[in-house]
Design a protein around this ligand. Structure first.
Ligand SMILES: [Cu+2]
Length: 169
C-alpha cells in the first residue's frame, strides 16, 4: 500500500506545472479536464461563463453540462458576424484523439444561466460535464476576479501544444 500511495503522489506531482501552484485536473474515462475556472459576476447578474481545457486519449465529444448553481447550462461558441462577435449555443464540442479543446474567453465556453447566486471570487463552482464516451465528469471551477483572462492569476487559459507527457497514464 505504501508503494501505491507513493505512486499516486508521484502522479499528482507530475501534473503540477512549474509556477502553477493551484493546478487542478479531473480525469475520467480517458478524458482530462484541466484548470476549470469561471469569472466572478457582478451583484444581480444571473449569467456566467466557465472555461476549461479538455484533453482526450481517444476522440470524445462534450454533449452537455449542468451545475447545481445554475438553472441551465449550455455549451457556447463565438462567431464573427459582420465584424460583430456573437455567441451561440452549440449542441456538442468535439475533442480530437490525443488532442484538446481549450475553452477560453472569446472562444468556446460553458455558459451558465439563471445563477442562483452571483459567482464570488474564491468560490468553487461545481459543474458536471457529460461526454459521449467518458460519461459524466464532475469538476469544481475556481471563481476568478471579474475580468480575469485565465485561472490562478494567469493571463490566459493554459493549453498544451504537446501532449506527449500526458499519455503516460
Ligand atoms: Cu455564451
Amino acid at each position: 500500500m505504501i508503494r501505491y500511495k507513493a505512486s499516486i503522489a508521484a502522479a499528482f506531482l507530475f501534473f503540477l506545472s512549474p509556477g502553477l501552484g493551484l493546478a487542478h485536473e479531473y480525469e475520467a474515462g480517458g478524458v482530462t479536464v484541466a484548470h476549470p475556472w469561471a469569472r466572478a459576476t457582478p451583484a444581480g447578474a444571473t449569467v456566467g461563463a466557465a472555461y476549461v481545457e479538455i484533453t482526450a486519449k481517444d476522440a470524445d465529444t462534450l454533449v452537455a453540462a449542468s451545475s447545481p448553481a445554475a438553472g441551465s447550462v449550455e455549451i457556447h461558441t463565438h462567431t464573427m458576424n459582420d465584424g460583430v462577435m456573437k455567441m451561440r449555443k452549440i449542441e456538442k464540442l468535439g475533442i480530437p484523439a490525443g488532442g484538446s479543446a481549450v475553452l477560453k474567453p472569446s472562444g468556446d465556453h460553458i455558459m451558465l444561466f439563471d445563477l442562483k447566486a452571483p459567482l464570488k471570487e474564491g468560490d468553487l463552482l461545481p459543474i458536471t460535464l457529460v461526454f459521449e464516451k467518458a460519461g459524466e465528469v464532475k469538476i469544481d471551477a475556481t471563481v476568478e476576479p471579474v475580468g480575469a483572462k485565465g485561472p490562478h492569476g494567469l493571463d490566459q487559459q493554459p493549453g498544451h501544444e504537446d501532449h506527449s507527457g500526458h499519455n503516460q497514464h
